[in-house]
Write a protein that binds this ligand. Structure first.
Ligand code: FES
Length: 554
């Protein structure tokens, strides 16, 4: 939906900018003469005044205004960058300033048979008072600046933008400058002609002037302006009502396993909230952040918590806690949060000091996942380093979030790939289900990323995923700061090879049949085949998944 709206906004904006550019170049012909301006107007009319061009123009106008009003309505915050504010306000000013000109030309032509020439329009703009003319010049500049800001936002992340920027800037200045020169030139010419006796009368006759049209334009302008102000004010008011309703329905809640949820009290820690709601929770040190018995796994909402302070970091490091584990007595949520207490309410002080046995080295049955971003090398060619890092970090954040949300642990990021482990604290069946749930979320997250960055990517990002489960040796390995929990063994190698097979087999995901069977999820709809794995004697049964979003829901 967002993707479609972005494309409609861009498409309609480009149509309107094309119209404005033609119109400004039409004005610029005035540098030559009034006759040249009228000749250019005929050409302009042939493109935009007949029904095909007019239909496209009207549709683009309606779509562009509707999308702008929708953006105001759905936007959560009106904290915009100054340039964004500028573009929004200039855009809203255009219909307000343009009403008189549209009514006096196109609508008067259709309703009263007036055939406006450039001399007629210039006379109407400047002869009685300079204000209509000043307003017209203002709307010309407002529309142009609004359009060029839009073009800048569209093109600024393109790899070639910096090379093209000087030429685009020259065009952005030259087009309105030439247009203004044309307007001023013919305005002076018309004022000189108007001093000749009988010229104005002849002009009015030549355009079939109808006095009723002037009245119609004056009344119509006020009506159109009031209608537009009401439309914008109504949108802003509707947004305020919507936000108030959303705020009421989004009272932050603390969720526990089993679906129980309680309201979050401002300033209270998770431990204090649990106690006040009568939920038993281990807390040997009484909430002083020393014993670690209150530790919880934060399964949703962790991104809204401040990072652990020095004391909490020290205690979490002592027990070798993964990144999604926090001390319930130290976190004070302000937004909704989902937690899983990791020790029973009756836990003793000794339990708080015990490091997970797997950190010292253990053989465990885990599910291992490898992912890889397809075609990233070509994608990064010719891009600025900043853009490549930004893109990769957004991708890693989305993939890492999917792993942690499912209960897994990111083992490492390798180039543009990810290795993740599932089942460090859960049985194999749960580990397989977690890995499949993570893959499903990754598919949705990649889709969202592609939609968000549609304008900045030459083609949507694609990835390959391989999952296998089995015995691995797990433990803290490495040296110094590079020491970390990881897993080694045949299962890891096979998972990596399955990821590599995605490209050969033309699918987004290859999961071993063992994982599919142990998870207990229905895999009948996914092709099963035996495949050779390098370094392994027997063929391995695998399931091919075209789109991870179609995986069975856990
Ligand atoms: S209750 Fe002891 S660390 Fe939280």
């Amino acid at each position: 939906m967002t993707h479609t709206i972005d494309r409609l906004r861009l498409g309609s904006g480009l149509v309107l900018l094309a119209f404005v550019t033609c119109h400004l170049l039409n004005h610029a012909a005035g540098i030559v003469s009034l006759e040249a301006q009228d000749w250019a107007r005929e050409a302009h009319h042939a493109i935009w005044g007949e029904w095909p061009g007019l239909t496209v123009l009207l549709a683009a106008t309606v779509v562009h205004v509707a999308i702008a009003l929708r953006a105001i309505y759905v936007r959560r915050s009106l904290r915009l960058a100054p340039l964004e504010w500028g573009q929004l306000l200039l855009g809203l000013a255009i219909p307000f300033l343009l009403a008189e000109h549209v009514l006096g030309t196109t609508v008067s032509e259709a309703s009263f048979g007036i055939e406006p020439s450039y001399a007629y329009v210039q006379a109407a703009l400047w002869l009685v008072s300079p204000w209509p003319g000043i307003k017209q010049v203002t709307v010309l500049l407002v529309a142009w600046v609004h359009g060029t800001i839009g073009i800048y936002y569209w093109l600024r992340l393109k790899p070639w933008f910096h090379r093209a920027a000087p030429y685009l800037l020259a065009a952005a200045v030259l087009v309105p400058a030439l247009s203004l020169a044309g307007i001023i030139s013919t305005a002076i010419e018309v004022m000189a002609l108007a001093r000749q006796p009988g010229w104005i009368g002849a002009l009015l006759r030549s355009v079939h002037f109808d006095p009723e049209a002037a009245e119609f334009v004056a009344e119509g302008e006020l009506t159109a302006q009031i209608a537009f102000v009401v439309l914008v004010a109504g949108t802003v008011a509707a947004r305020a009502v919507r936000q108030a309703l959303v705020a009421r329905s989004q009272r932050p809640m603390l969720r526990y396993p089993g679906g129980r949820k309680v309201p979050i009290q401002p300033g209270a820690s998770v431990l204090e909230i649990s106690r006040s709601e009568g939920i038993a929770h281990a807390s040997v040190c009484g909430g002083r952040g020393r014993c670690s018995t209150c530790r919880v796994r934060v399964s949703a909402g962790a991104e809204h918590l401040p990072p652990p302070d020095t004391q909490e970091t020290r205690v979490l490091a002592r027990i070798g806690a993964p990144p999604d584990v926090r001390l319930a007595c130290q976190i004070r949520p302000t937004r909704s949060l989902e937690v899983v207490p990791l020790l029973p309410a009756s836990a003793t002080a000794e339990a708080g000091f015990r490091r997970p046995a797997y950190l010292a080295g253990q053989e465990r049955e885990l599910a291992v996942m490898f992912t890889d971003l397809r075609g990233f090398t070509q994608l990064s060619d010719g891009r600025l380093p900043f853009d490549v890092v930004y893109l990769l970090n957004r991708y890693f954040a989305a993939m890492g979030g999917a792993v942690e949300q499912a209960g897994g642990r990111v083992d490492k990021f390798i180039g543009d790939g990810v290795m993740a482990l599932f089942g460090l604290t859960d049985p194999p069946e749960e580990a397989c289900r977690q890995a499949l749930a993570a893959a499903r979320t990754m598919g949705a997250a990649l889709d969202m990323l592609n939609r968000d960055m549609a304008n900045d990517l030459p083609a949507p990002l694609r990835m390959g995923i391989g999952i296998h489960a089995g015995p691995v040796i797990v433990g803290e390995m490495g040296h110094g700061l590079a020491k970390q929990l990881t897993a080694i063994g045949d299962t890891v190698n096979i998972a990596s090879r399955l990821e590599g097979l995605c490209k050969t087999l033309g699918v987004a995901m290859v999961v071993s049949d063992h994982v599919a069977a142990v998870s207990g999820l229905p895999f009948d709809g996914f092709e099963r085949r035996e495949t050779e794995i390098r370094g392994r004697d027997a063929a391995l049964a695998v399931r091919l998944v075209g789109d991870p979003r179609e995986l069975p829901q856990v």
